[in-house]
Design a binder for this molecule. Structure first.
Ligand code: SAM
Length: 416
């Protein structure tokens, strides 16, 4: 963090510009030695606001510390779009300067305006940002009957949203494009279904309101782990649905946590980890490049394009990865040093879960269980299937699962 003894005032401004600002915000802008902002926001300042105007460089994030340091000790204001702490510059400023150095004067966000116009309770409306991020993340938020607002990156976003909805079986969803919310040129620029969407030129300042409707023949994906196996493109290297649900329960993802999925296969464990919360992150390590490409495609289709796929063999490929909160080993258990590398990488309280169907790997897991404790379980799933004119159980290969929490204390202080 850089030191800035003088508070930096962050002023939210809307499409209604200077006219829409309360007096406190206007005074903060008039009294500043300099105002930093995006070119569009700076253009909203009237001539009477005769301060130095400093446009943010691009890319923005790396330039922020240097620019703020250059103005340290001077009266500085930062112009932000709408509510600065809602998908805005506020996050970066708080990270760089610390929240106590900021004086924040928010304006209604685009989502506040959108919900006001639509009559949607904000707390029941999911928000997905396509600003600087792939629109594919929208796929993880699709549930029949749910209301979403997509923050657009520009005029092309509504068409991309419609295409994604059609592709994921949500073509009957209703879309409305709301432009220039709160400004004189506010309008509903388009209203229709994703299936019937016709691209039309529009204003880059827009949000897309979506009422999700799943097509009757589309695969239904629930909100918890254990998606149907058909949700994945795979070559058989897939932790099947029932075992996957148990595995995710043992991994116990929490918001913001990072998973290593070692031996990614089809990526299902990492993908379902990330789908539990938008802030969950995962790295999957897969030695087979065809499977690695398939993992990336599955992640994109299921709404977690941020999954990091490392093509390489563990344990070597684990070197340099950020420290995980949990590790899943779905492949490569017999590779020399793999389990040790995973266990050593975990912080105290970190979880390790390993699955296997082979006796050789099972012996390794039994040894770990003796050494570290935890849970060693055998999962047997049988599916009812036709036996002639009758029905019988078809037993899948039993899966042995070891899960353990790394104890606190110095290295070697575990129960050996
Ligand atoms: C049973 S699959 C895992 C299935 C996966 N959990 C899923 O649900 O899609 C095991 C995978 O581990 C990979 N693998 C085996 N040894 C490995 C190693 N040392 N490093 C990286 N990947 C490995 C294999 O190529 C295979 O794709």
């Amino acid at each position: 963090m850089i030191s800035a003894p003088t508070p930096v005032t962050v002023v939210g401004i809307g499409a209604d510009g200077w006219d829409g600002l309360p007096e406190e915000s206007r005074a903060a802008l008039r009294d500043a030695d300099a105002v930093i902002g995006g070119p569009r926001q700076l253009d909203l300042l009237p001539p009477e606001c005769a301060v130095a105007r400093v446009p943010w460089p691009s890319p923005l994030r790396p330039a922020v510390p240097g620019l703020l340091a250059a103005y340290a000790g001077r009266r500085l204001a930062v112009l932000a779009s709408g509510d600065p702490f809602f998908h805005g510059i506020g996050r970066t400023l708080a990270e760089v300067l610390g929240p106590d150095t900021l004086r924040v004067l928010p304006h209604p966000s685009s989502v506040a305006y959108a919900c006001a116009r639509l009559g949607w309770p904000v707390e029941d409306t999911a928000v997905i940002s396509a600003v600087g991020r792939p629109v594919a993340a929208l796929a993880a938020a699709l549930h029949h009957g749910r209301r979403l607002v997509v923050l657009s990156a520009g005029a092309a976003t509504p068409g991309e949203v419609a295409a994604l909805l059609r592709d994921r079986g949500y073509g009957p969803s209703r879309l409305r494009v709301l432009e220039q919310l709160g400004g004189a040129r506010e309008r509903v620029a388009a209203d229709g279904t994703a299936d019937g969407w016709a691209p039309a030129p529009g204003d880059p300042l827009n949000v897309v309101a979506v009422e999700c409707r799943r097509a009757p023949d589309a695969l239904r994906l629930g909100a918890v782990p254990g998606l149907p196996d058909e949700a994945y493109d795979h070559d058989g290297q897939l932790t099947k649905r029932h075992v996957r649900a148990v595995t995710l329960a043992a991994l116990a993802p929490a918001p913001g946590e990072l998973l290593w999925d070692v031996g990614g296969g089809s990526g299902a464990i990492a993908i379902e980890w990330m789908r539990t919360h938008p802030s969950c992150r995962a790295v999957t390590v897969e030695r087979d490049p065809v499977r690695a490409a398939r993992i990336a495609a599955n992640a994109e289709r299921l709404g977690v394009p941020g999954l990091r796929v490392v093509t390489g063999a563990a344990p070597a490929a684990l070197a340099g990865l950020p420290s995980p909160d949990a590790v899943f080993v779905g492949g490569g258990l017999t590779a020399a040093g793999l389990l040790d590398a995973c266990w050593d990488a975990l912080p105290a309280g970190g979880r390790l879960v390993a699955n296997t169907v082979t006796l050789e790997s099972e012996a390794l897991l039994a040894a770990r269980y003796r050494r570290h404790g935890g849970d060693l379980v055998r999962l047997g799933v049988a599916h009812a299937a036709p036996v002639g004119a009758f029905t019988g159980w078809r037993q899948a290969m039993p899966v042995t699962q070891w899960s353990a929490v790394k104890p606190a204390g110095p290295p070697g202080a575990d129960q050996t």
